[in-house]
Design a protein around this ligand. Structure first.
Ligand code: IPM
Ligand code: MG
Length: 381
């Protein structure tokens, strides 16, 4: 009991400290004002290195002029592997974190997330740690199925909810386990603000909040209140809120789902709903995501490291589209809008229109390098 109270105290102190840091937060970084933008590239684990290499290659090709002119620098960061994390017994080893913090944006392959029973210690996920360390509070995940009129953008809160202290739960007794979920006014406000300002900028007419505020009353209640408060500042955008259970059902309702535009939701619901959404687009292998904060941003696939594919020698057949979509978002984020649009258009041709090469994840399909070549062949049209 005493240990539990101590742990609870520790969690509260940490979260109060985080609130103070959020209060001091600056505006979003202005990349145009930087003499040089540093792009870190981490391959990660499993199929990560294979698919990240392709996205890196495409980015180097697109940004050649900027790199030659010294305006952009790529920095490969090799240390973010499960082996190194286990050796340091840390979600992100100190030296790797330092390297990451010396960059402005990061392209990151999937990293293996330990869990109880694995051959390594049950340390925190590197994704989750990076999102928290770099305060990447907004996880933006687009999903598009043009043939069905689906064009969604999810704003998943990325630093709070069940993830904030997911590795700090307590076994009070042998029979009682407790985890904690966190919501702060600052954390809820900033994600709601970003979702609405994005909707306005992109000419969207609707923002939908997704919670379970009828049951998880305190934290989801706070999240929903923040969305309502921000919605009032955007009278031109219609706002509605749904519970996560019915929302999960509505995404398979072909009559209603195309009406959703921008969705804003707490961390765990965002994690789950975006995997479901990506499935309509062709699977998680096709979906990229932007983890955005005021100072840093990290771009990644929405899926895991697929160790089974590596064990079966199939990593070279992994789908690079998720990382290529992440590259599209990275380019947009650093202000290379034209290049971002070109890459997105090339991907659309290869993934939806022409489909000359097929990725199956096996030897009967294209390799990720062949697919990246195919995408590059469509860049200049
Ligand atoms: C994601 C992933 C991560 C998450 C895992 C790897 C920790 O599923 O980015 O959606 O749960 O956020
Ligand atoms: Mg996920």
């Amino acid at each position: 009991m005493e240990n539990t109270m101590k742990q609870f105290e520790k969690i509260i102190a940490l979260q109060l400290k985080r609130i103070e840091a959020m209060k001091k937060e600056n505006e979003f970084i202005d990349y145009a004002a930087l003499p040089k933008i540093i792009i870190g590239v981490c391959g990660g684990d499993g199929i990560g290195p294979a698919i990240t290499k392709e996205a890196h290659r495409v980015l180097e090709y697109l940004l050649k002029e900027e790199v030659d002119a010294g305006k952009i620098e790529f920095r490969v960061i090799d240390g973010l592997t499960i082996e190194n994390r286990v050796a340091a017994n840390k979600a992100i080893p100190d030296d790797v974190l330092e390297e990451l913090k010396a960059c402005h944006v990061i392209l990151k392959g999937p990293t293996t997330t330990p869990r109880a029973g694995d051959p390594w210690p049950n340390i925190e996920s590197a994704n989750v740690a990076m999102r928290k360390e770099l305060d990447l509070f907004a996880n933006m995940r687009p999903v598009k199925v043009p043939s069905e009129g689906i064009d969604w953008m999810f704003f998943r809160e990325n630093t709070e909810g069940g993830y904030a202290v997911g590795s700090m739960g307590v076994n009070v007794t042998e029979d009682l386990a407790i985890d904690f979920t966190v919501a702060t006014s600052q954390g809820c406000d900033r994600i709601a603000e970003l979702a609405f300002s994005y909707a306005k900028k992109m000419g969207k007419s609707r923002v939908t909040a997704v919670t379970k505020a009828n049951v998880i009353k305190t934290t989801d209640g706070k999240f929903l209140d923040a969305c309502k408060k921000v919605a009032a500042k955007y009278p031109e955008i219609s706002f509605d809120d749904w519970y996560i259970d019915i929302m999960t059902a509505k995404l398979v309702d072909t009559k209603r789902r195309r009406d959703f535009q921008v969705m804003v939701l707490p961390n765990l619901y965002g994690d789950i709903l975006t995997d479901e959404a990506a499935e309509f687009q062709g699977g998680v292998g096709t979906a990229g995501s932007a983890n955005v904060g005021k100072r840093y941003a990290m771009f990644e696939a929405i899926h895991g490291s697929a160790p089974r594919m590596v064990a079966e020698g199939r990593d070279k057949f992994a789908d690079p589209c998720s990382m290529l979509r992440a590259a599209v978002m990275l380019l947009e984020h650093i202000g290379e809008v034209e290049k971002s649009e070109r890459l997105a258009a090339a991907l659309d041709i290869c993934m939806y229109d022409e489909k000359k090469l097929k990725i199956t994840g096996r030897a009967d399909g294209a390799t990720c390098a062949e697919f990246a070549d195919y995408v590059m062949s469509k860049l200049d049209r």
